[in-house]
Design a protein around this ligand. Sequence first.
Ligand code: HEC
Length: 99
Amino acid sequence: MRAALLVAMLALPMVSQAGSALAVDMGCYSCHGAYPRGEALGFGQLAGKYAGLKGDASAEQKRVDKWRQGEWLEHIDAHERLSPETARALFHWLVEGAK
Ligand code: HEC
């Protein structure tokens, strides 16, 4: 039931189209742009890393949760202040290739 709902939400066209504009709005590019800073990978690199999650909504959701929680002692405000919906939309945009 939950998985079905998630698939339906991920399929919303608005969500995938909004990806890059949303990433700009949320300030993601200041760390993950074409010239990524420090430990932050560029979005093209992240998209490559997550390509294998395509079509597997539950694996994708697990990854989103992990990303939002952050690592022990490594908390990134820009990640943590995202709502669950925004985080999912942005992550899905990456899984779909960050176009
Ligand atoms: C202040 C700099 C900064 C900003 C702003 C930022 N990030 Fe990050 N991000 C990082 C760093 C550093 C890492 C690597 C360390 C980590 O995974 O926590 C990272 C990791 C990630 C990861 C990989 C997590 C994983 O474990 O695979 C994703 C996905 C991500 N960021 C997406 C985003 C998105 C989307 C935004 C915009 C809401 C954003 N980031 C904003 C610095 C930033």
